[in-house]
Design a protein around this ligand. Structure first.
Ligand SMILES: O=P(O)(O)OC[C@@H](O)[C@@H](O)c1c[nH]c2ccccc12
Length: 266
């Protein structure tokens, strides 16, 4: 199973990082940063939730070089320019892959993009350890991805709590009924339904349509993966989807501004 393989590689990657900067240290620095921000803002602001929950359908555009299902999507991959184009095209938020082996992502891409971006950023990685949430905070992300299939209920609850405690949003990813229920029971304020099965790579937009009704109004609903054209957006809009997460279609577009405009106008 590819998902288990990626998770295993991620565990090894994080154990190496812990040798450089231990958990206690990264936790301390991240909490210090949070306290400073909290003080300056008079409390938490949760910019990612604000950006995708402000009415209508919001666009989270993904900066993605490659994927296990599609191989290399962007050869030259000028990530800073891509992020800027998304922002200028009217994206509500960015998603930046940091997983290095299967998606050719890099922590540095997110850090550099965060220095320039004026819209919130989701750290897209396979969170298997709270360490990665503290890292996301220090990289300048506003949200992390938590994949239900990789976490027990206890871990999910704890990771959501840590994220919220740092002023980060958690996009909790589900792929079936059971996972949607788990996400909500564990305290998710944002549920993302991945239309792509991470083990078979099959994409089916009806997964989002089917699972939408299980998510209460008080929780934001994101449809992820395989979104390609206005008719997809139309279906999701009719289904009261708060936001879409689009990678490949955006990455391959030569004119991101007209693409987002066309998708918004449905
Ligand atoms: O490129 P697409 O099909 O538009 O998909 C984007 C995004 O949803 C996808 O990259 C994704 C969704 N969930 C993930 C979990 C891990 C890695 C990647 C993902």
């Amino acid at each position: 199973m590819i998902l288990d393989e990626i998770a295993e590689k991620t565990r090894i990657r994080i154990s190496e990082k812990k040798k450089q900067v231990p958990l206690s240290e990264i936790c301390r620095v991240a909490q210090k940063r949070t306290a400073v921000e909290k003080g300056a803002n008079g409390g938490f602001t949760f910019p990612f939730e604000k950006a995708i929950g402000s009415g209508g359908i919001s666009f989270i555009c993904e900066v993605k070089k490659a994927s296990p299902s599609k191989g290399v999507i962007s050869e030259d991959f000028s990530y800073l320019q891509i992020a800027k184009e998304y922002e200028n095209a009217g994206a509500d938020a960015l998603s930046v892959l940091t997983e290095p082996y299967y998606f050719q992502g890099n922590d540095r891409y997110l850090q550099e993009i965060a220095k320039e971006a004026r819209i919130p950023i989701l750290r897209k990685d396979f969170t298997v350890d709270p360490y990665m949430i503290y890292e996301a905070k220090l990289m300048g992300a506003s949200a992390v991805l938590l994949i239900c299939a990789l976490l027990s209920d206890e871990e999910l609850k704890n990771d959501i709590k840590i994220s919220h405690g740092l002023g980060l949003s958690a996009l909790v990813e589900a792929h079936d009924e059971k996972e949607v229920y788990r996400a909500i029971a564990c305290g998710a304020r944002i549920v993302g339904v991945n239309n792509r099965d991470l083990n078979t790579f099959q994409v089916d937009l009806s997964t989002s349509v089917r699972l939408r009704s299980l998510v209460p109004k008080s929780v934001l609903f994101v449809s992820e993966s395989g979104i390609a054209n206005p008719s997809d957006i139309k279906k999701l809009k009719e289904n009261k989807t708060n936001a879409v997460l689009i990678g490949e279609t955006m990455m391959r577009s030569q004119d991101k501004k007209s693409l987002i405009k066309d998708l918004r106008e449905v």
